[in-house]
Design a protein around this ligand. Structure first.
Ligand SMILES: Nc1ncnc2c1ncn2[C@@H]1O[C@H](COP(=O)(O)OP(=O)(O)OP(=O)(O)O)[C@@H](O)[C@H]1O
Ligand SMILES: O=C(O)c1ccc[n+]([C@@H]2O[C@H](COP(=O)([O-])O)[C@@H](O)[C@H]2O)c1
Length: 205
């Protein structure tokens, strides 16, 4: 199974990295790909450029064999819709391989507003990670799709939803950008290489 972690990554931080590793290990993924978005359809545009966010993702994941960075959303024009990304991954990887789109509870709560969300369910599983401050969706719309074990995800290519608890880390890119703006240090919230990159490029000031 391959995991896909999409995000704005403005910037990538330790909560992305630690939760991704825990999910990859507990689901038995052979690889987890970080896919930074170019033009997020659903939020204000990022402060760092697409290439800067790409470079920070690469610095952050260096040396972790389970992780890969994938730039297909950056190389595409227009809005970075997840349905298009997953279709393009299917074109590369075939229809049989289990694919799991990994997202935090905050993102999952808005999932049914995503572009062609029903089609996303045909292309991948959803692995929803706990996130401090976000309670589970009270509308149990995914009931029939619920997978109780991660084994169930490996036995089909797409279409199931599962919820996994990860180490609660109250880190967000928003707070990191705000701290930079307030001239406070963001060291130890993200990898040192990313911290240095932010300083060298005077990001978020
Ligand atoms: N602390 C966290 N715990 C669990 N999941 C997280 C956490 N931070 C981010 N994620 C998840 O990682 C993915 C990418 O998130 P994103 O790049 O938007 O980071 P963010 O910290 O939420 O950024 P921002 O504050 O700019 O919205 C999303 O699915 C999001 O839910
Ligand atoms: O395709 C959509 O309509 C869509 C709407 C909202 C979010 N997403 C994806 O969800 C992932 C997490 O988004 P974000 O805002 O937390 O960085 C990222 O890969 C986004 O492209 C996708």
């Amino acid at each position: 199974m391959i995991g896909i972690m999409g995000g704005t990554f403005d910037p990538i931080h330790f909560a992305h990295l630690r939760t991704a590793l825990e999910i990859a290990e507990s689901c038995g993924m052979e690889q987890l790909r970080f896919i930074p978005g170019s033009v997020p359809p659903h939020r204000p545009q990022p402060k760092a450029s697409a290439e800067q966010r790409w470079e920070m993702v690469n610095l952050a994941i260096a040396g972790e064999p389970l992780f890969q960075a994938d730039r297909r959303e950056l190389d595409r024009q227009g809005n970075s819709y997840t349905v298009d990304t997953l279709s393009s991954l299917r074109a590369d990887l075939g229809t049989k391989l289990p694919l799991a789109f990994v997202l935090g509870m905050d993102a999952f709560l808005a999932f049914r507003s995503w572009h062609r969300w029903q089609d996303i369910m045909q292309l991948a599983h959803l692995v929803v990670m706990s996130r401090p401050g976000y309670a589970p969706d009270p509308q149990d719309w995914y009931g029939e799709l619920l997978a109780q074990t991660t084994c169930e995800l490996r036995s089909t290519a797409a279409g199931r939803v599962t919820f996994l608890s990860v180490t609660p880390l109250e880190i967000s890119a928003t707070k990191i950008r705000e701290a930079c703006k307030a001239k406070k240090s963001v060291r130890f919230l993200l990898p040192d290489a990313v911290y240095q990159y932010i300083q060298e490029h005077s990001l978020y000031h």
